[in-house]
Design a protein around this ligand. Structure first.
Ligand code: IMP
Ligand code: MG
Length: 179
């Protein structure tokens, strides 16, 4: 698995340090507020797990699943809800937790979808951002790192559902997906 990685961009330690900072910011910004973290399955799972432990205020969590890429490395541009929220979010402060924002289509759709349920607010926390690929305008309030336009895997990010369990974020070798 590690042999398929061209280069490690962020180590487990670097990611952990950044997440600690973001957790502190969130803890201050949402003090005294009813916060619900909404993770986007499945890529956000490691980020969600580490981030929630660095949030020092009371909060709850929920998950949604949407389809984006299928098994390819290019987005289809179509967003479909595969799993909806378990809880009501009316009057709550929603923080969407996502692994990476690429075209922005998924998060733009999700933000609009969740905003329609009358929450007190909807913001986005994203571990990675590929600014070069942006098509839909979105505002990421809490961002881990900006990344260059390569296909990345690890720390939740997959290629054909594999590599999510790598503890770091790395560039996938082209020969793995260009055969
Ligand atoms: P967007 O709608 O184009 O912003 O797509 C976002 C989704 O595409 C993310 O949640 C990821 O699941 C996936 N994605 C985007 N870039 C990468 C990447 O470099 N590696 C793995 N998955 C990616
Ligand atoms: Mg995803």
């Amino acid at each position: 698995m590690v042999n398929d990685i061209e280069k490690v961009l962020f180590t487990e330690k670097e990611i952990g340090e950044r997440i600690k900072e973001i957790g502190q910011e969130i803890s201050e910004d949402y003090k005294g507020k009813d916060l619900i973290l909404v993770g986007v399955l499945k890529g956000s799972v490691p980020f969600m797990a580490d981030l929630m432990k660095k949030i020092e205020i009371s909060c709850s969590m929920d998950f949604m699943a949407v389809s984006s890429y299928g098994n390819s490395t290019e987005t289809s541009g179509v967003v479909r809800i595969l799993k909806d929220l378990d809880f009501e979010i009316e009057n709550k402060h929603v923080l969407i937790v996502e692994d990476i924002v690429d075209s922005g289509i998924t998060l733009k759709y999700l933000k609009k979808y969740l905003s329609a349920k009358n929450p007190a607010s909807v913001e986005i926390a994203c571990l990675l951002n590929k600014p070069e690929r942006r098509e839909a305008e979105i505002d990421v309030k809490y961002l881990g790192f900006n990344v260059p336009n390569y296909f990345l895997v690890g720390y939740g990010l997959d290629y054909a559902e594999k590599y999510r369990n790598l503890p770091f974020v790395g560039i996938l070798k082209e020969n793995v997906y260009k055969k």
